[in-house]
Design a protein around this ligand. Structure first.
Ligand SMILES: Cc1cc2cn([C@H]3C[C@H](O)[C@@H](CO)O3)c(=O)nc2[nH]1
Length: 223
């Protein structure tokens, strides 16, 4: 009788550009009972030699559709990845793809309504036909000004042209989706963390999520 493998406790780590998701995920590297799936930015920067991220930021109206189509494919790949561990932490999801980034690009006219309709249809089809598990959403809530400063400091070349106004509208979409619940569907309970805290204080903030996450990682003795 082969053991029926329970699906892993799945966490989406959501937040604006520069909200500190990578730093948050690195905090959980220490636990071997957790599989970390970080955002496949390197795949977006090199698809058969094409840097779709750069193309999108350089000419959004021309490349947003191709970029968001590919982002959705890579996110679906992450959702479908089988993990050997009882806990799976994903950076972002098909939900933030649809309700934050695609929504933002439709509202600011970067995506033509017909292009938006195609991306929305893909999202609906996947959402209704492929089980995309979520047990908890950790929302790293950062004020746009703090996120903006971090982006400048991180200096990812493609992002240097991202204006504060873009972060402000993305922030509002995250708030509507995860806090006010006025946009789209929220697939799991949301734990909001204060992502404005700087590195020294933020580890304390992370510990708030440790309990909710690690209690599903069988071999970790709680501190
Ligand atoms: C799901 C999803 C993630 C994601 C990231 N991005 C951008 C924001 C950042 O500049 C970079 C890495 O997150 O990619 C985007 O435009 N659309 C996205 N959709």
């Amino acid at each position: 009788m082969n053991a029926v493998s329970k699906r892993p406790f799945t966490v989406f780590v959501e937040g604006n550009i520069g909200s500190g998701k990578t730093t948050f995920l690195e905090h959980f590297c220490q636990f071997e009972d957790i599989t970390l799936l970080t955002e496949p930015v390197e795949e977006w920067r090199n698809l058969n030699g094409w840097n779709l991220l750069d193309l999108m930021y350089k000419d959004p109206t021309k490349w947003a559709m191709a970029f968001q189509s590919y982002v959705s494919l890579t996110m679906l790949d992450m959702h479908c990845k089988l993990t050997p561990t009882p806990v799976k932490l994903m950076e972002r999801s098909l939900y933030s793809a649809r309700y934050c980034f695609v929504e933002q690009m439709m509202r600011n006219g970067t995506l033509h309504p017909a292009q938006f309709a195609v991306l929305d249809e893909w999202f609906r089809f996947i959402h209704h036909n492929i089980p995309i598990a979520a047990d908890l959403i950790v929302y790293l809530k950062a004020t746009p000004a703090v996120a903006y400063e971090r982006i400048k400091k991180r200096a990812r070349s493609e992002e240097q042209c991202v204006p504060l106004s873009y972060l402000e509208s993305l922030h509002k979409l995250h708030e509507d989706w995860l806090v006010h619940r006025t946009l789209g569907e929220c697939p799991a309970p949301v734990l909001v963390l204060d992502a404005d805290l700087d590195l020294s204080q933020i580890t304390e903030e992370y510990k708030k999520s440790e309990h909710q996450i690690l209690r599903h990682a069988v071999d970790v003795v709680m501190r």
